[in-house]
Write a protein that binds this ligand. Structure first.
Ligand SMILES: *Cc1c(COP(=O)(O)O)cnc(C)c1O
Ligand code: SF4
Length: 360
């Protein structure tokens, strides 16, 4: 099929032409039985931009791009550890669309729509159903809550994907938050640079830079996602002074090796995206087949600390089931602690001791 260049590079065209059905995908690749069955009755929304679908290796059913985009029957298999709301977001929502888990920052869910529905989505209980963004009344309500809580200094605009909104709708939201004097930092969580990089337009970037300090966190899970298009999107944001962070989810069969994680962080820093978090896959029902042992994440951290640039190293976290928040996990570097000293080891396994300060 011939697609004019200006259509392909238009994020709205990409969005409008997302692959959603078995027939759509069958035009591109030979589907497996598991994929066909899952697509005939998906337990979570399916939509993939033609751009992201174009990165799929047609001959590899285990392609890491494909496995993030096309469902398998495993998504519908009951899982004894599966939870509908694994991070207890709904219980920690004082007003509609807002999650307040930590003292000084909140998460504001502004849409339930995404450019692509990631098969490992933790928020699958509420994402992908309605195409309508946050209502004016709910936005006012959420802004009112933030206004009344002077401890809130950091507002994380998330979804769904906030960059599915028009520039105008997004600006209304950012503006409403920016007007609150005690909000120091605004952050946006988006996968657009990965799943629909054409969303990052000169016009969007001109709008965003008016609201600094504004940070953006993206989600690259595999080095194959770092294409020229994605790199360009990140460059435009970085050039506009937006600090970029990356949140990777550890996913079995997709990026569950030290080699892939190392290549990923090295490619990220080349496009000026700083690895921020490496997430242990959470317990959302339907994604159990993506879970890896926690020991794998520890092994990844062991092979990064000391071995590569400090700014290329994310923090490995388990987002505690039940709403405990993100808990950092490191390999054990402190061997013992006595009244006189601590005994520590370095990345090569060499042992050192560090004495406590002299008495005054
Ligand atoms: C992850 C998260 C945040 C942000 O946490 P940071 O560690 O500051 O990135 C805020 N609120 C909620 C509910 C979250 O899940
Ligand atoms: S972009 Fe985020 S919210 Fe949307 S499906 Fe992917 S993980 Fe879920």
């Amino acid at each position: 099929m011939y697609i004019p260049e200006h259509d392909w590079h238009d994020w709205r065209w990409q969005f409008a032409n997302r692959l959603r059905t078995e027939a759509d995908f069958a035009q591109l690749i030979e589907l497996t039985d598991s994929e066909k069955e899952a697509l005939s009755n998906p337990s979570f929304a399916v939509a993939v931009t033609p751009y992201f679908a174009s990165l799929i290796d047609k001959h590899n059913p285990n392609c890491p791009i494909r496995r993030q985009a096309i469902p398998l029957v495993e998504e519908s298999i009951p899982d004894i550890h599966g939870l509908v709301d694994p991070l207890a977001e709904d219980a920690m929502s004082p007003v509609s669309n807002l999650v307040h888990r930590y003292p000084d920052r909140v998460l504001l869910i502004v849409t339930e729509t995404c450019h692509m529905y990631c098969r490992h989505c933790t928020r699958r209980r509420r994402v992908g159903f309605k195409e309508k963004p946050i209502s004016k009344a709910d936005l006012e309500n959420a802004a009112g809550y933030i206004q009344q809580n002077p401890y809130i200094r950091d507002v994380l605009i998330s979804g769904g994907d906030p960059l599915t909104l028009s520039d105008q709708s997004l600006e209304q939201i950012i503006k409403a938050i920016r007007e609150i004097p005690h909000v120091e930092i605004i952050r946006i969580g988006t996968r657009a640079p990965v799943t629909n990089p054409f969303r990052i337009t000169p016009k969007l970037v001109r709008m965003l830079r008016k609201y600094h300090p504004l940070w953006i966190n993206v989600q690259f899970n595999h080095p194959l996602e770092i294409t020229p298009e994605a790199s360009q999107a990140c460059a435009m944001l970085a050039d506009a002074g937006v600090p970029l962070g990356n949140q990777t989810v550890l996913l079995r069969g997709i990026n569950d090796s030290v080699a892939v994680q190392k290549e990923l962080v090295h490619k990220l820093v080349q496009i000026r995206v700083r690895p921020y978090y490496l997430y242990q896959c959470d317990l959302a029902a339907g994604i159990g087949h993506f879970r890896t042992p926690v020991s794998l994440g520890i092994e990844v951290m062991e092979q990064l600390h000391g071995h590569t640039s400090g700014f290329a190293i994310p923090t490995f976290v388990v987002d505690a089931p039940g709403g405990g928040g993100k808990i950092p996990i490191l390999p054990q570097y402190m061997i013992c602690q006595t009244p006189e000293k601590i005994v520590i080891r370095n990345y090569e396994g060499k042992i050192f001791s560090y004495p406590k300060p002299n008495p005054k």
